[in-house]
Ligand binder design. Structure first.
Ligand SMILES: *[C@@H]1O[C@H](CO)[C@@H](O)[C@H](O)[C@H]1NC(C)=O
Ligand SMILES: *[C@@H]1O[C@H](CO)[C@@H](O)[C@H](O)[C@H]1NC(C)=O
Length: 669
């Protein structure tokens, strides 16, 4: 018996060592717990691989094939060559709350199962929080269900190729190409988008062609055949810099707070030169959102509907034939009419609420046709451009035409996928133009063109607070001094107090963070980005369908209630306060701090419990001995704002009272 066991071990070892340097060809139509190497929260249950654990606040998980795949031939560098492989798998991504932020999953090739610095919770559990990179070599194909505009994500539903870096080298909206329907006039392939967050099973094919340095990624609904054209075909010899002789191959995913189930249902891979083996795709389990009872049509109504429908269709065919030659003209007229309607809507809103409506031509001229050189960055919903407008236009002041003064403005472009959605959105935020406070970024006006809304703000020349706290790259600015930090905090507190109580309605900001706090020319703090704000009648129960905001700043209760309140704004303000005092980001990279310390709030709370609160101050800043007490007081205030129970957080008037008091008499507290 023992001899037999030994032999078995020897044989398996032998096959292991053989396979690690040569052929790999596997097919998992279901998973057993011993099939894969599991890291973090990844697990296998009911034959299905899931990457994250929904009972954890933040979670990441990776699963790899136990043997590494030979990728880079070990010969000397100039002659090194890459091997090829082909893989296919079926995945399903389903959030608990459809409107919550999305995370997605990634297919990974990595030289290690634990990329150093990778944080739990975000970035597919692969990249660091600080630089959003890893030492690598790491090559990932991301199936991203969230949009991070700062990483150039085109939308919240895309596929991309990542080389050691969260910013994808190439991306494409999720979807597939299919042959045109029979009888269609065009022979062009038709692009059909796929909603990767619907829970539906999606099949992916990845071909890695080493000698040609090419990666093809194709996706399709699981029951469909392989599309004739890949979604992404990426060819570049640089990929040789992101591979090692042998690499682990598998999947990785992460999430914070909002549950998203990322599942892999089956998987095959081959590096023998033939395509990965065919997967079972037909009778896989389905993980769809719970069905909400919809108004079902009674059968009679259906029959009547169908017959009426076919009659109408017949009629339409004739009509279509008749009008064929004039169709284009007609469409144009319709389009014009629709635009006129928009204008009318706009005028109505303008009269009621808005400071000014600009013409698209004016804004286009002001920003050099929205040129790349004028792009300031990516805000909450879209791109922001710097522009120059004549004062007569920006402020509506009639001036001397000859010596026209000009004003710098920031133009924020918000696009929305549905006209109706945009209309509702505009109605909601239209009142923002009336909000005036010295701690808010002044709004100059707006413009709408089709599904795009452009909001015009006064230009803030000193960038955002985030930029001053964490100077990056070549702009090695000195970290902001303490007096300025303290003043900016009280500015922001006053701005937020105004939003919460200064108007007939409570206005929630919903996305307070250091990159939304801008500095005017006097380095005073001003709250920007009201794109996310929503109005609530005071006293009415807040109802909200969409969680907005930024990870790291969001109050814990939002995970269960998904409804922003004044108290959750206070929480975000508390995080900003701690960030400003400590000079640390809300979520710190695991590589620079102890693992239990990577959430800023938890770290400061821990120091407080140990009576070492003062150690949370920013080591880069000179405070002077007398400021220490004040620093401690403001840290305590920040912690109070971040109290886990919303009803125990202070209100903004209490916060302002304390901060303004502190700034007026900085020495004797
Ligand atoms: C998820 O995590 C919790 C707590 O960390 C643990 O008790 C539980 O077993 C995990 N669930 C699964 C399915 O692994
Ligand atoms: C990748 O896609 C391109 C473009 O469709 C195609 O020419 C090429 O043969 C594909 N490569 C592989 C390895 O499938």
């Amino acid at each position: 018996m023992p001899q037999f066991t030994l032999l078995a071990i020897f044989v398996s070892l032998l096959s292991l060592s053989l396979s690690s340097s040569s052929a790999v060809d596997f097919l998992f139509n279901s998973f057993n717990s011993s099939d894969l190497l599991l890291v973090g929260d990844a697990g296998i249950g009911s034959s299905i691989l899931r990457l994250t654990n929904s009972s954890n606040y933040d979670s990441f998980g990776r699963a790899f094939f136990p043997t590494r795949l030979p990728i880079l031939s070990s010969s000397s560098m100039p002659n090194s060559s890459l091997s090829s492989f082909s893989t296919s798998f079926v995945f399903s991504i389903l959030p608990d709350i459809p409107s919550s932020p999305g995370f997605g999953l990634a297919f990974v090739l990595s030289n290690t199962t634990s990329p150093p610095g990778a944080i739990s919770g975000q970035y597919f559990g692969l990249f660091s929080n600080d630089t959003h990179q890893v030492p690598g070599p790491l090559l990932a194909v991301e199936f991203d269900t969230g949009q991070n505009p700062e990483f150039n994500d085109p939308d919240g539903n895309h596929v991309g190729i990542d080389l050691n870096f969260i910013i994808s080298t190439v991306t494409h909206t999720a979807g597939y190409y299919r042959a045109p329907a029979n009888g269609s006039a065009s022979s062009e392939l038709e692009f059909v988008t796929i909603d990767m967050r619907s829970g539906k099973n999606v099949r992916a094919w990845i071909e890695f062609d080493g000698p040609r340095f090419q990666i093809n990624v194709t996706i399709a609904p699981a029951e469909e055949p392989k599309p004739p054209r890949p979604l992404i075909s990426y060819t570049d010899p640089v990929i040789a810099n992101y591979v090692s002789p042998e690499m682990f191959v598998g999947f990785s995913g992460s999430m914070v707070k909002w549950v998203e189930h990322q599942r892999i249902l089956d998987w095959s891979l081959s590096n023998t030169g033939s395509p990965a083996r065919e997967l079972n795709t037909s009778n896989l389990p389905l993980f769809l959102p719970p069905v909400t009872p919809s108004s079902s049509i009674p059968p009679i109504g259906l029959i009547v509907g169908v017959s009426c429908g076919s009659f109408a269709l017949l009629l339409l065919c004739f009509l279509g034939l008749y009008c064929y030659c004039r169709r284009k003209k007609r469409a144009k007229i319709l389009e014009e009419r629709r635009e006129e309607e928009d204008e009318e809507d706009g005028e109505e809103w303008e009269l009621k609420y808005w400071p000014r409506r600009f013409s698209y031509q004016d804004l286009s001229r002001a920003t050099d046709g929205f040129s790349r050189e004028r792009l300031l960055g990516f805000g909450g919903f879209g791109k922001v451009y710097r522009g120059v407008l004549p004062i007569s236009i920006s402020k509506g002041i009639e001036g001397n035409e000859n010596e026209e003064e000009e004003e710098e403005v920031a133009v924020k472009c918000v696009s929305h996928d549905s006209r109706q959605g945009l209309k509702e959105f505009m109605a909601e935020i239209s009142s923002m133009g009336r909000l005036q406070h010295r701690s808010l970024v002044p709004m100059r006006g707006w413009c709408r063109r089709n599904n795009e809304l452009m909001l015009v703000y006064e230009y803030m020349p000193n960038d955002s607070l985030n930029h001053w706290l964490f100077p990056s790259g070549d702009k090695a600015a000195k970290p902001m001094d303490w007096a300025t930090r303290r003043r900016v905090l009280s500015d922001v507190a006053e701005g937020l107090l105004y939003l919460h109580t200064g108007w007939e309605q409570v206005v929630l900001h919903r996305d307070i963070k250091t990159s939304n706090i801008l500095l005017d020319k006097e380095m005073r703090g001003r709250l920007g980005d009201f794109g996310l704000a929503k109005l609530y009648e005071r006293g009415a129960a807040p109802s909200s369908t969409r969680v907005v905001g930024t990870l790291g700043y969001l109050a814990p209760e939002l995970a269960v209630r998904a409804a922003t309140t004044a108290a959750s704004d206070v929480y975000s303000f508390g995080v900003v306060t701690l960030e400003v005092v400590s000079g640390r980001r809300p979520i710190e990279a695991a590589e620079t701090v102890e693992e239990e310390d990577w959430l800023l709030v938890e770290w400061v709370r821990g120091l407080y419990a140990e009576g070492r609160l003062i150690e949370a101050k920013d080591a880069r800043v000179e405070y002077g001995a007398e400021a220490e007490e004040e620093v401690e007081l403001i840290l305590k205030l920040g912690l109070a704002c971040c109290h886990p129970e919303p009803e125990r957080r202070p209100e903004m008037n209490e916060v302002v009272a304390l901060l303004v008091e502190a700034t007026r008499s900085p020495v004797n507290l």
